[in-house]
Design a protein around this ligand. Structure first.
Ligand code: DCP
Ligand code: MG
Length: 394
């Protein structure tokens, strides 16, 4: 796609709460304000969910084992998460987001993209909206957030990252490439560990290197992904804001006091976790498009395995069958299988995926009709309509 077909006149905000869980705790208990507060599993094998900015100064951060955090920050206040409190706060902030636009794409409890392009006439410039939004979150929830302002999602998200904490950062079209250039390559959306490693082989370490790279050498390592990635590196991104994807993924996991070394035990835990997560999935009226299991073996090596659910589904039995197969295959690959953590999560199917599925399963529905017809004669299915046609009220 030629670069000039990108729309530079959209207005996108990316809002992300600051140290979300920890900030809610500090708000609810003023004694905690100004202190290093760490939220996470407090058991022997707990993991940090997040840390207040005071605690981050000691090198404590998300996904670190709590034991390690305690070494770095022994005087910190360690608390177990209170999810229901965070869900309440999340509901409140999303209500505020929707006061600026109905085009809200939630990415997690504390993070969303807002397409405010059409709100400019009524509410003023995107910067003005960002200021007002921050003020409302502060007034009504007593919480801080950071807002990235730009003409696309890539740059809005980059902006909120650069503006943290408690800030607003706008990135103009003209400065996009320059702001991106200095960042390490793995900060670019869609560039994971593997792609980063491949790019480093040909001397690409920063996003700027990617901007300058020769098309042919890039194509050699990335194939068809080369051109889309080069456009992203230049800050060109035309992904739409997709409404209603608040729960991108729903999951449950458990860390064990003692490693699990028996497959039947692992299966039993997996069943429990799948039940819990699938119930939440159904509660939110969602279907799973992908099942992922997370497997952590001692000392701290984490693997994930995933597979698509085709068609999307929300039944515990179906999802457990997939998750179990992934677990069993992983188990067989290990020379001495052991688990210190097991998790299962579901990627929520988008509206389009569910719609596509309706088309895809239409033949199956026809087949069902056929079966009914076979059993009750061709009238079996058409009879109701035929009767209604004779209803005198019609
Ligand atoms: N979270 C978690 N486990 C992780 C990462 C995050 O449980 N590995 C939870 C705790 C966070 C919340 O999700 O408070 C939001 O995640 P963020 O990545 O937005 O982190 P914070 O909001 O805590 O901090 P920041 O100010 O960096 O956004
Ligand atoms: Mg956050």
């Amino acid at each position: 796609m030629p670069a000039n077909s990108f729309n530079l006149d959209r207005a996108i905000l990316h809002v992300d709460m600051d140290a979300f869980y920890a900030s809610v705790e500090q708000r609810d208990d003023p004694k905690l304000r100004g202190l290093p507060v760490i939220i996470g599993g407090t058991g022997r094998r707990g993991v940090v969910a997040t840390a207040s900015y005071e605690a981050r100064q000691f090198g404590v951060g998300s996904a670190m084992p709590t034991a390690q955090a305690k070494q770095r920050c022994p005087h910190g206040v360690y608390l177990a998460p209170r999810m229901s409190r965070y869900v309440e706060a999340s509901t409140q902030i999303f209500e505020i987001f929707r006061e600026f636009t109905p085009q809200v794409e939630g990415l997690s409890l504390d993070e969303a993209f807002l397409d405010v392009s059409a709100s400019r006439n009524l509410l003023g410039s995107p910067m003005k909206m960002a200021v007002a939004l921050k003020a409302r979150v502060r007034q009504r929830c007593d919480l801080a957030c950071t807002v990235g302002v730009a003409h696309n999602k890539l740059l809005a998200k980059l902006g909120s990252g650069l503006g943290k904490p408690d800030g607003i950062r706008q990135i103009q079209p003209a400065e996009a490439a320059t702001v991106l250039a200095e960042l390490p390559i793995d900060r670019l959306w869609t560039v994971g560990e593997q792609t980063a490693a491949r790019l480093q082989v040909i001397g690409i370490h920063r996003i700027g290197d990617l901007q300058q790279a020769r098309a042919d050498s890039l194509a050699r390592v990335l194939g068809r992904r080369a051109e889309p990635l080069r456009l992203l590196a230049l800050g060109l991104d035309d992904r739409p804001v997709v409404v209603g994807r608040v729960d991108k993924s729903i999951g449950a996991e458990e860390t064990f006091e003692q490693d699990i070394r028996r497959l039947d035990q692992a299966q039993a835990v997996l069943m429990r976790l799948t039940e819990r997560a699938a119930a939440r999935l159904r509660g939110a009226l969602h279907q799973a498009a992908v099942v992922q299991v997370k497997l952590r073996k001692p000392p701290f090596i984490t693997h994930t395995r995933q597979r698509r659910v085709q068609p999307p589904n929300a039944s515990t039995d179906v999802l457990y069958a997939s998750a179990r197969e992934l677990l069993e295959r992983w188990w067989q690959e290990q020379s001495s299988p052991a688990l210190r953590l097991l998790g299962v999560s579901f990627e929520v199917a988008s509206e389009e995926q569910v719609q596509q599925d309706l088309f895809a399963t239409a033949p199956a529905k026809r087949a069902l009709e056929d079966q009914i017809n076979a059993k009750f004669g061709a009238e079996g299915v058409v009879r109701a309509r035929g009767l209604r046609a004779k209803d005198p009220d019609e």
